[in-house]
Design a protein around this ligand. Structure first.
Ligand code: 26W
Length: 812
């Protein structure tokens, strides 16, 4: 690749100095690392800005069909490294860093993560933006510019402490405020009935907030194309309560301002349990309304009519969080643009598509009818009418079947009346997808079974993927260099080329190089563990890694049970030839999720005992890495040997950490769940450790009357583990600390079947040990894993969406 003039090291160096002086405002010789980082970012920003303006002009001229990806969350992480790679500015920036007596890697860590998401769903959205730009899909992401992102986690006395994350406090080089671009978003009030037969009802709203646009630029790789993430910030309309302001009542003026601006203040830190709060509903409507107004304005600007809206616009709903958009588009078309109801409804169904990310019943969003009446009265009316028409239709399909209609209804009437957002999304979309083959099958067998009867063709699968640019090229430069050497550089854009590694699994020289890369990555991870926890771990031990949100269904507790059983076995035979292991955990617990927080504490308590027990001679360590997020993950993934994907079968929709870890050469120990199944199909049964009950067996066991107490009594190893926890072996200063936790397994039903899967899990772990004794045999399987990951590029996922859901051609 020949460097363009603007990317030659000398040019980048002088551009950096220029920005130090003119943008950052420091003398180049006196610049701190943070200053240099900002200046390098400004150099990248300039190039991106130029690409952006050109691409935007091109799409406008073409009047391209576009997809708009609506998501409450975008878990972006850092941008600098990714932008420099996309712009081919890495060498120049590295040279500039050197001139300022630092390294590019150290500059990069000065950037704060943009943590505008909770976990899997938010990170998936960020990978999709990268892929949409890279494959050249005319597209935009829309979300919220939270002032505070995902809380930062620290650990004190083994317990999670949450700290606010004011990520944008000192500004970010990556955003472009669009001061001219703002839309009104209205709330509350009442609806006045239509005056005449052709007039729409009038929504007399009670309050209004301005949605102001901030754009983040998303670079594509190997292309000049960039994409846009448009985030909305809530601002009190400037004319608001001037009276209070002018009369000197600043407290009242401030209160009024806060009441509206709080909408975009903070990300709700709950994944998978709805907050059920009015502010959350306001957030959802706020960004959805602003985004759809923006989409319609652009469409009208380019086409002058809304009649062809569905030919040019695809709107994707990332879970149900923006599902109110179905009613909002109807309101805008019918009330504001005076379109007939039937024509508007036909357009709406063609415009929207919807992804479901979870089957967990408690995670399905519903809003009390009474709350929606209060916050969005006109939308509630629209939802009632959609429901009326829909149920009339459905009744023709199964006359007299009230149960069928009750199950389909957009309104849950079983207790307090609630609006079922997933039903609104399904009824308002032409395509609905799950995120792995198993999950998509389960959707049509369970929560959407009645809908699938009505519209079998509406349901489809789009197995998740991750961007290989961040999760392999950027996170694992050692492995990337080795791949480049052996199979060329093309895998960054065509991940299936990894398959060419397959024959190298038997090549002893290659295995040795592969193991050396892994060893270096483990040393880097060990250093991170030391600085973040103080725990010393041995990079030659097996690094056993479970990193993800803390949730009962993900079963971090099952992992702990295994650790304790291993500890007890080692104490019983201290001189046996144990394979040294480091068990690494990381993940945040939702602030209000007591059981998840308790599990974090137990991990620490077990670590305190195990890590200091001299009898083990360092052959078992437990480390909990604090503040898991995108940047921490970039250090962990490359250093893992074993990837723990141990959810109860049928509960994890897909998983994406499973893909990142396998791509970086970890072997998976996992259940037959989510995308683990497709990973197994790609890497082969011999290269993965599958254990535990399968989805139908889980269902059968639950229906057949599962008795966890019996399982425990029949397994002395398990019994000893539970007795130790309940008896205070790991909480000597408070022996009863985990009584409740153990009781929830033995007496509380063990909802996620930890005890049922324990024995099979421990046996699988023994097979892991056996294989790890032979490093070359292990390496062969790890290489087979990397070679099998071609399918799991988010480029593949996005191209499938483009073809089967959005009907848009990529324009590379
Ligand atoms: C309303 C509360 C709430 C918030 C977030 C409910 C549910 C969610 C998400 C759907 C949770 C989530 O992130 N799901 C994860 O999505 C990933 C991307 O598809 C999957 O890989 C994970 O399996 C799934 O748990």
């Amino acid at each position: 690749m020949t460097a363009k003039p603007s990317s030659s090291p000398a040019t980048v160096g002088s551009l950096v100095d220029h920005h130090l002086l003119s943008t950052v405002g420091v003398a180049p010789a006196a610049a701190s690392h943070a200053d240099v980082m900002h200046a390098v970012a400004q150099v990248a920003r300039e190039s991106l800005s130029r690409r952006w303006v050109e691409g935007d002009a091109h799409d406008r001229k073409q009047r391209a069909r576009r997809v708009y990806y609506l998501s409450m969350e975008f878990l972006i992480g850092r941008t600098l490294g990714n932008a420099l790679a996309a712009l081919d500015l890495e060498a120049g920036a590295a040279a500039a860093a050197q001139q300022h007596a630092t390294r590019l890697e150290d500059l990069a860590t000065e950037e704060k993560d943009a943590a505008l998401g909770n976990g899997g769903l938010g990170r998936l959205a960020a990978c999709f933006l990268d892929s949409m730009a890279t494959v050249g899909l005319p597209s935009m992401g829309y979300g919220i510019r939270y002032e505070f992102g995902m809380f930062a986690q620290s650990i004190q006395g083994g317990r999670q402490i949450e700290h606010p994350d004011p990520w944008v406090e000192d500004g970010t080089p990556w955003e472009f405020p669009r001061s001219a671009l703002s839309y009104p978003v209205r709330f509350g009030g009442w609806v006045e009935q239509a005056e005449g037969p052709d007039a729409p009802p009038a929504w007399r709203h009670a309050g209004e907030v301005a949605a102001k646009a901030y754009d983040m630029v998303v670079p594509g790789h190997g292309t000049e194309r960039v994409s846009t993430l448009r985030l909305w910030k809530a601002m009190a309309p400037s004319q608001i309560d001037l009276h209070a302001f002018n009369s000197g009542d600043y407290a009242r003026a401030a209160e009024y301002k806060n009441e509206f601006e709080n909408i975009s203040w903070v990300l709700y830190p709950n994944d998978s349990t709805p907050a059920g709060r009015e502010l959350r509903l306001r957030q959802e409507y706020f960004f959805t309304s602003a985004s759809i107004q923006d989409i319609l304005a652009r469409h009208l600007d380019e086409h002058g009519t809304l009649a062809n809206l569905a030919d040019r616009v695809a709107i994707h709903l990332n879970d149900t969080h923006p599902a109110i958009g179905v009613a909002e588009l109807m309101r805008l078309l019918v009330d504001e643009h005076r379109m007939a109801w039937g024509a508007a409804w036909a357009l709406t169904g063609r415009v929207f598509s919807y992804t479901n990310h979870t089957l967990m019943p408690e995670a399905l969003e519903t809003w009390p009818v009474a709350l929606m009446q209060q916050v969005l009265p006109r939308h509630l009316q629209i939802i009632f009418r959609i429901n009326h028409d829909f149920l009339a239709d459905a009744a023709r399909r199964k006359p007299g079947d009230d149960g069928f209609l009750r199950r389909l209804s957009l309104i849950d009437e079983s207790g307090e009346r609630r609006v079922r957002m997933a039903h609104l999304a399904v009824v308002g979309s032409h395509k609905v997808n799950g995120v792995s083959a198993l999950h998509s099958d389960l959707l049509v067998q369970t929560i959407f079974a009645d809908f699938a009867l009505l519209w079998p063709d509406r349901f489809t699968n789009m197995t998740n993927g991750v961007t290989p640019r961040r999760w392999l090229a950027q996170a694992n430069p050692g492995l990337a260099a080795l791949l480049d050497q052996r199979i060329g550089r093309g895998w960054r854009l065509r991940l299936d080329e990894l398959a060419r590694l397959r024959p190298l699994a038997t090549d002893a020289a290659f295995r040795t190089e592969f193991l050396a890369v892994k060893r270096a990555n483990k040393a880097r991870l060990a250093a991170h563990i030391r600085t973040s926890t103080g725990i010393e771990v041995d990079p030659d031990s097996l690094f056993d890694v479970q990193v993800k949100r803390i949730h009962e269904y993900k079963r971090q507790l099952l992992n702990v049970l295994h650790v304790i059983s291993r500890y007890q076995a080692m104490l019983a035979a201290p001189d046996a030839d144990w394979v040294p292991r480091t068990v690494v955990f990381a993940g945040k617990a939702a602030s209000s999720y007591a059981m998840a927080k308790n599990i974090i504490r137990l991990i620490h308590d077990v670590g305190s005992v195990v890590n200091h027990d001299a009898r083990l001679r360092g052959r078992l360590k437990v480390a909990f890495i604090p503040n898991y997020g995108v940047s921490v993950a970039e250090v962990i993934m490359p250093g893992a040997d074993l990837s723990e994907q141990i959810s109860t079968a049928g509960t994890e929709a897909s998983g994406t950490g499973n893909m990142k870890l396998a791509m970086n050469g970890a072997l998976t120990i996992g259940t037959d769940d989510g995308a683990n199944i497709e990973i197994r199909q790609q890497v082969g049964d011999d290269n993965i450790f599958i254990f535990g009950l399968k989805t139908p067996e889980v269902a059968a066991l639950k229906n057949g009357g599962y008795q966890p107490l019996r399982v425990c009594e029949q397994n002395p190893v398990l019994k000893a583990v539970l007795d130790a926890i309940a008896g205070g072996v790991f909480s000597a200063e408070e022996p009863a600390r985990y009584r409740g936790l153990v009781d929830s397994l033995l007496w509380g039903g063990d909802h996620y079947l930890l005890l049922a899967d324990f024995d099979s899990y421990v046996q699988a772990q023994a097979r892991v040990d056996a294989l790890y004794r032979d490093r070359h045999a292990w390496a062969a399987k790890a290489i087979a894993n990397v070679a099998g990951m071609g399918l799991f590029s988010s480029d593949r996922t996005i191209l499938e969406y483009a073809r089967e859901v959005w009907n848009i051609d990529p324009q590379r």
